[in-house]
Design a binder for this molecule. Structure first.
Ligand SMILES: [Cu+2]
Length: 190
């Protein structure tokens, strides 16, 4: 019994602690405007299409003008595989950057950025390498999954795994303790 419980404990802990790399993040399939697209006039919205439906949690789509100042938009709308924000109607000619961050359908945060140009002869998009001031907690979310965004799921799973391991170990100890403690007592009585 004790061996079985110890084995179960070890297997459970190993299973829970092992990351699951087989689950792939969602990826950005396309966007409107497309990355580096030059538009004759300002678009009404920015729309991002992902390979899976992002979770409607902590979704952020930040539009920056050529001076890297945020443009006022609507709150990001998550609809199936798409995330969109509406842009103001008086968007000036010039370059813009789109910085996005969504929680992938597998629970991992993913982020990226793209640029587009409105009109001709306007200022270029902001430098994407320069970290925007209001995303300092994002550690440079230029493209792809950010390594600074530690997947919280793994941390929670590791904690749960450790807890299950401790509980199973305690259960195993409790199961064998009465026998081993009673035996010497009975021998002492005799
Ligand atoms: Cu993932």
């Amino acid at each position: 019994m004790r061996g079985t419980l110890a084995l179960l404990c070890a297997v459970t802990t190993a299973l829970v602690l092992t990351p699951a790399p087989a689950l792939a993040h969602d990826t950005l399939l396309s966007s409107t405007p497309e990355d580096q697209q030059a538009l004759p006039s300002a678009p009404d919205e920015v729309r991002l299409t992902f390979s899976g439906p992002p979770m409607d949690v902590a979704t952020a789509v930040l539009i920056l003008d050529s001076a890297a100042e945020p443009v006022t938009t609507t709150e990001p709308l998550v609809d199936g595989h798409e995330v969109s924000v509406e842009l103001p109607s008086d968007l000036a000619d010039g370059g813009y950057a789109v910085r996005w961050r969504v929680v992938s359908s597998d629970g991992h945060p993913i982020s990226g950025a793209l640029t587009f140009q409105v009109g001709e002869g306007g200022p270029p998009p902001p430098d994407l390498e320069a970290a925007p001031p209001d995303e300092s907690d994002d550690g440079g979310a230029v493209a792809g999954p950010s390594t600074t965004l530690a997947p919280p799921r793994e941390a929670v799973l590791a904690l749960v795994g450790a807890l299950i391991g401790v509980l199973l170990y305690a259960a195993a100890l409790r199961l064998r303790r009465p026998r081993s403690q009673h035996t010497p007592t009975e021998q002492e009585v005799r």
